[in-house]
Design a protein around this ligand. Structure first.
Ligand code: 5RP
Length: 222
């Protein structure tokens, strides 16, 4: 199986996992990226078995709507049973690095509301230690240089994502060479820098279930 087929397999596995647990009132939280897109396409096939979705980005909202799936504002949703999203890295504790697509802040908000966060990824995303993938940090534009200097003090090499503006009107610094030891502490430390909106470590709120596409089939880690 190639990488696209692995993504489709985990996306279908996520639909198979949530489908029996959905009812006509259910609203599903949906992530962003190529694996999440596979999930949206698979979710469309059971479109009439749930109410609608909350999107973690404008791109995801557009794809959901293109399938005729109603998209709700998170503020109008009293509860969210599931959030399904991909990742750039995942470890055995289901802690993640996310934000390669720049949607990390809305992703983290929807994940915080959901009771169950199902992460879907092909096997290349499973790592022994987080940090090989540059850590995305969403920053208010006027704080970009200040935050970059603070990230250097933490040992990282921040690189401004040129020409990219988030759905929230902010910029992204991709931090290379950060040593991630205690991921929860580092997530909090970076979020405490004035001007940071959030960073792509999903450690304080990790996934609850990781569905991993492998050549031998879909592995389930929890
Ligand atoms: C977007 C994300 C994505 O989940 C992450 O980048 C993985 O993307 P893909 O499924 O395309 O590999 O965090 O902000």
């Amino acid at each position: 199986m190639n990488q696209d087929q692995l993504k489709q397999a985990v996306a279908q596995a996520a639909v198979d996992f949530i489908h029996p647990r959905l009812d006509a009132k259910s609203i599903v939280g949906v992530g962003t990226g190529s694996t999440a897109n596979c999930f949206i396409d698979a979710l469309a096939k059971i479109r009439h078995d749930f109410d609608g979705a909350v999107a973690s980005s404008e791109a995801t909202a557009a794809r959901l709507k293109s399938h005729g799936i109603p998209v709700y504002d998170l503020n109008s949703v009293p509860e969210l049973e599931f959030y399904v999203d991909g990742a750039d890295e995942a470890d055995a504790h289901l802690q993640l690095v996310k934000g390669g697509g720049g949607a990390l802040t809305r992703e983290k908000i929807v994940a915080a509301v959901a009771k169950t966060f199902v992460c879907i990824a092909d096997q290349s995303k499973l790592v022994e230690r987080l940090g090989g993938y540059p850590l995305p940090v969403e920053v208010l534009p006027m704080a970009r240089s200040h935050v970059a200097r603070e990230l250097v003090k933490l040992g990282g090499d921040p690189v401004y994502r040129e020409g990219f503006v988030t759905d929230n009107g902010n910029v992204i610094l991709d931090v290379h060479n950060l040593l991630v030891g205690d991921a929860v502490a580092l997530e909090q430390r970076i979020n405490n820098i004035v001007g940071v909106v959030t960073n792509g470590l999903f450690a304080a709120r990790p996934a609850d279930l990781l569905l991993l596409g492998t050549a031998e089939g879909v592995r389930s880690l929890q």
